[in-house]
Every structure is written in C-alpha cells, then in structure tokens.
Design a protein. Structure first.
Lengths: 112, 113
C-alpha cells in the first residue's frame, strides 16, 4: 500500500534560518504530492502541491519538488518566520481512489 | 476557493451518548467526502470514504456500527459516533473532493467524559 515517511520532529529554528523537512513516499502509480500545514486547534490548510514528476510546488516562500527518482518531496524555505510555527504534513493522493495518505507530521517551532 | 465547514467545532458529551458531526461543502458539490481521525500530536488516520447516495467504505479496523456515516446530499455528510466512550475522544476532520482537489474542514474536537 501507499505510505509517507517524513522527518521526525520537533524542529526548532531561529528566525530567518533555512528550513528543510524531508519527505519520502512509496506508492503504486503516479500519485499527487502535497504539503499541508496545521496551526494549533485548527484543520489542515493546503500549503503546496505537485501533480507530476519534476513539478515544483511553491507558496508563501515554501517550495517542494516532486522527485520521482528518489521518491521524495522535501519541503524547504529559505528564511523562516515565527508565524511559520505549526505542524507540517506531507501527503500523497492516489489519483484512482482519491484518498490521501499522510505522514506523521513534523512540528516546527521558530524562535525570535 | 472551495470551503468545507464542520459543525460543531467542539463537543463534550457523557459516556454512552451519541454525537453527530456535520461536514458541509459550502460552495461546491462533493460526491465524495472523507472522514479522518487525529490523535494528539499524531497524523490523520482515514476512517472512511463517504459517497453520496451509497454506503460508506470503511478502512480496516474502523467499526462501521460505531461510526455511522450518512452522505445524504451532495453538500452534506454526517458522522455519528454512537455510544461514545472516552477512548473515542479525538479530533475528527472531514474533507471533500472537488475538481481533483481535496479540501479539508476545520475539524471537530470531541471529548467524551
């Protein structure tokens, strides 16, 4: 079956530091890949996505590239802010079944 | 963008009672909705896939008689936790598919005393 493995947290960074959260996946076929962000007590918000190999998703300074050869979709941001503190989930969606598989989430804390 | 709402946002109930959670797509029609459960500091676990006009498809290990799902219209799916117990306390999140995207509701915090 499908699975997503993402970097264990928690991750603590200083403001303006570089962020990388690793994510690798196993899937049959050609899934779409996503990063979601969850703020305390809230639901998930789509951060970015990529639907095919070599696509780069980007939003709010965050980027991730769909790497089929390494089955990875690592999340990066060049300069984090305190407001980026949240839990980040990597996910894939099986285009046939439509349901999503999530990684365990990585908690990011950015200190001023 | 497409908006999914959930009601209530949080609910506290006594053990043995049943609780209904609603998931609505506000500005689009969703033939398929999904129900997830999230334990504290853990990932989302898919419970079931809800299809309008037909029975829900439950994931392995999810009790269909305990977690009743009804997708009565193209904009509403409900999850009823029957005879709730403290171990059912969790954060329940729904999502709806639209134009090959999945949109998530804000979640419902259930606490069973």
């Amino acid at each position: 079956g499908n699975s997503v493995t993402q970097m264990e947290g928690p991750v603590t960074l200083s403001e303006e530091a570089f962020l990388t959260i690793n994510c690798t996946y196993t899937a049959t076929g050609y899934p779409s890949l996503f990063w979601y962000v969850q703020y305390p007590g809230e639901g998930l918000q789509l951060l970015l996505k990529a639907t095919k190999a070599d696509d780069k998703g980007s939003n709010k300074g965050f980027e991730a590239t769909y790497r089929k050869e390494t089955t990875s979709f690592h999340l990066e941001k060049g300069s984090v802010q305190v407001s980026d503190s949240a839990v980040y989930f990597c996910a894939l969606r099986d285009t046939n079944a439509g349901k999503s598989t999530f990684g365990d989430g990585t908690t990011l804390t950015v200190k001023p | 963008g497409a908006v999914v709402s959930q009601h209530p946002s949080r609910v506290i109930c006594k053990s043995g009672t049943s609780v209904k959670i609603e998931c609505r797509s506000l500005d689009f029609q969703a033939t398929t909705m999904f129900w997830y459960r999230q334990f504290p500091k853990q990932s989302l676990m898919l419970m079931a896939t809800s299809n309008e006009g037909s029975k829900a498809t439950y994931e392995q290990g999810v009790e269909k008689d305990k977690f009743l799902i009804n997708h009565a219209s193209l904009t509403l799916s409900t999850l009823t936790v029957t005879s709730a117990h403290p171990e059912d306390s969790s954060f329940y999140i729904c999502s709806a598919s639209f134009l090959n995207e999945q949109f998530f509701g804000p979640g419902t915090r259930l606490t069973v005393l």
